[in-house]
Design a protein around this ligand. Structure first.
Ligand SMILES: N[C@@H](CCC(=O)N[C@@H](CS)C(=O)NCC(=O)O)C(=O)O
Length: 203
């Protein structure tokens, strides 16, 4: 399988982390790919019409996207503990947490594009603040629930590790740990996992 990825992408990191946790990294060839909403990557566009990473080309030649679909697909390819619980309340709790962490990442990536891609004269302060409110609200929700998370590193926890890592990488000024001691302590432990260390964004 070939994974179009980028070391700076928090969504691609979800997939790279899960592949390592599931013992599948030897089957997933990671292809570093550049993306920009204003300069489409033609190779990627042939595989994913949304021209976003991550995109996974399976051994049968089908391309899967987005990160949620790829992660759930990879979870069918191993015999170990499931990252997507099969059924019941646990499943929907993990899926909801994935939606929450994906939502935080979407807001953060939009803010990043606003700062790094959009010409300064076209930036809209209120819009950026609106996205930052979503990031802070999402982090507060994680802080409120982190103490009841189990030991299983499910898809929700993988997403949470990607959120904390991405905010450290791109939004140090947001100081996400302030007022969120439980989430900070959880991430300190999670950051010791080999899958988290090996997928860290470039320094
Ligand atoms: N919902 C998608 C989001 C993926 C995404 O936004 N990827 C960014 C990189 S972090 C991207 O490819 N951006 C290029 C663009 O928006 O054109 C997922 O979960 O995979």
């Amino acid at each position: 399988m070939k994974l179009r990825t980028n070391r700076a992408s928090p969504f691609a990191r979800k997939v790279r982390m899960l592949a390592r946790e599931a013992g599948l990294s030897g089957r997933v060839e990671e292809i570093e790919s550049a993306v920009s909403p204003v300069a489409p990557n033609e190779t990627l566009a042939r595989e994913n019409p949304l021209v976003k990473i991550p995109a996974l080309v399976t051994d049968s030649g089908e391309t899967l996207y987005d990160s949620a679909v790829i992660c759930e697909y990879l979870d069918t390819l191993h015999a170990g503990q499931r990252f997507f619980p099969a059924s019941g309340p646990q499943r929907f709790s993990a899926l909801r947490r994935q939606a929450l962490t994906d939502g935080i990442l979407e807001a953060a990536v939009l803010c990043r594009y606003e700062a790094a891609v959009r010409p300064e004269a076209l930036r809209w302060h209120d819009w950026i603040e609106g996205q930052k409110r979503k990031i802070r609200g999402g982090l507060d929700a994680l802080e409120g629930e982190v103490s009841v998370w189990g030991d299983d590193f499910d898809i929700g926890q993988i997403g949470a590790a990607c959120v904390c890592g991405y905010l450290d990488f791109r939004f140090a000024d947001l100081d996400w740990r302030a007022g969120r001691p439980k989430l900070a302590a959880w991430f300190e432990r999670a950051a010791q996992r080999p899958s988290v260390k090996e997928t860290a964004p470039p320094s």
